[in-house]
Design a protein around this ligand. Structure first.
Ligand code: NAD
Length: 409
């Protein structure tokens, strides 16, 4: 079963709960536009490199489409479509005036020079500038892309359409970016973790947490949960995993990361196997790396009572059923990691107003949107006696469906 077909199962379950007609299901699931482009360039060694780029626009009933760009070898049309559809439901769950899209290039950025990465990014925009735009489709960072890549996108887009900082978000603060965008997804994940722990009658202070992935999302999640008083017991990245039963010294670990770029070798911890991180004896497990890591093969071994999906699509539907049976509470990606797109929205608003908000303003508004989203989803889950995941889909699909009908078909 493809990644998209797996994610569709959640949609279908929610559609069943809502009594959605077949026609409406097909309409809401069908993407608006799928674009696939060739990107060819001369590599540093003089060879020709040819790559495939994608942009899939899933739905625009509620506003311009919004979604990240992923540069990763596993990127393909199926994965991009799945991620684009998640963006449609995610922007609706936290009530941002956006639809959903996603894009990417199938490439290993760790093998590229700075010049090659810039060249590939600019060529991607050369091919796709007509489908992007501040009122149509606004890209942002995801795995393998960062603020620098967004700056190149803004610059290249301007060559075709003129000055338009709102055409892309996640830009550097020095170049029309928003304060707080870098930390936004991790901060949102921490806020949602605290809210979910409250429902389990457990304070965040002293809660034991394991985090898979220590990139943008994982590291900020660790830092902010640590500030809230949680104990981060174990973390991992693509190279290895570390653990300290007394809680890792996160400020020191962040310094270590700056120097060595991987968690391995950190003085204040023992090294563990990457897969044992997922089954660590903790209160909260936070997958914050790649998709499809919680499967029917390992679901029975998970000991956490709460899973917060910081990554997109980390849980397969089979694993999700096991978690429900084991009464492990799962807060879904389309709510848990919505902090990133929320502050991207703030950046877009600021760019359009040519007015920069203070960091405190960004954090205050992010907190409000995340807590409101959590409360709405929790209420639906309680009322309808369904999981928070299906409740989030019910909320998102309901909002997109109503906008579609009101706008006229
Ligand atoms: P990133 O590239 O900054 O970091 C990814 C991290 O995962 C790195 O530490 C990498 O080493 C690690 N990793 C990769 N494969 C791994 C493996 N097999 N086991 C353990 N660790 C592994 O990416 P990011 O921006 O932090 O994104 C992480 C996840 O969060 C992705 O699923 C992304 O779609 C999702 N997400 C990101 C944002 C955002 O604003 N950046 C917003 C919403 C969702």
């Amino acid at each position: 079963m493809s990644a998209y077909e797996k994610a569709e199962r959640y949609f279908d379950h929610a559609a069943e709960v809502m009594g959605l007609s077949d026609n409406m299901r097909i309409l809401l699931k069908t993407p608006l536009r799928e674009v696939k482009v060739q990107i060819a360039l001369e590599m540093d060694d003089g060879q020709i490199g040819t790559y495939i780029g994608y942009r899939i626009q899933h739905d625009n009933a509620r506003g311009p489409m919004k979604g990240g760009l992923r540069f990763h070898p596993a990127v393909d049309a199926d994965e991009v479509l799945m991620l684009a559809s998640l963006m449609t439901w995610k922007t609706a769950v936290v009530n941002l005036p956006y639809g959903g899209a996603k894009g990417g290039i199938s490439i290993d950025v760790s093998k590229l020079s700075h010049r090659e990465l810039e060249s590939i990014t600019r060529k991607f925009v050369d091919e796709l500038h007509d489908v992007f735009g501040p009122d149509t489709d606004i890209p942002a960072p995801d795995m393998g892309t960062n603020a620098q890549v967004m700056a190149w996108i803004m610059n290249q887009y301007a060559k075709y359409h003129g000055y338009s900082p709102a055409c892309v978000t996640g830009k550097p603060v020095e170049l029309h970016g928003a304060y707080g965008r870098n930390e936004a997804t991790g901060r949102g994940v921490a806020i949602i973790t605290r809210s979910a722990l409250e429902k389990l009658k457990k304070p965040v202070s002293g809660a034991r947490v394991a985090i898979q992935g220590f990139g943008n999302v994982g590291s900020f999640t660790a830092e902010i949960l640590h500030e809230m008083g949680a104990e981060i017991i174990a973390v991992s990245d693509a190279f290895g995993a570390i653990k300290n039963e007394e809680g890792l010294d996160i400020p020191e670990l962040l310094k270590h990361m700056e120097e060595y770029k991987k968690v391995e070798g950190f003085d204040g911890a023992e090294e563990i196997d990457n897969s044992t991180l997922l089954t660590a004896d903790v209160d909260v497990l936070i997958p914050a790396a790649i998709g499809g890591v919680l499967t029917k093969e390992n679901a029975d071994d998970i000991r956490a009572k709460l899973i917060i999906e910081a990554a997109n699509n980390p849980t397969t539907p089979d694993a999700d059923e096991i978690f429900e049976r084991k009464e492990i509470l799962v807060i879904p990606d389309i709510l848990a990691n919505a902090g990133g797109v929320t502050v991207s929205y703030f950046e877009w608003v600021q760019n359009r107003q040519h007015f920069k908000w203070e960091l405190e303003e960004v954090r205050k508004r992010l907190e409000k949107i995340m807590v409101t989203g959590f409360d709405r989803v929790w209420k639906i889950a309680e009322e309808k006696k369904i999981s928070p995941r299906i409740a989030a889909y019910v909320l998102g699909i309901g909002r997109v469906g109503r906008a579609t009908v009101l706008g006229g078909i």
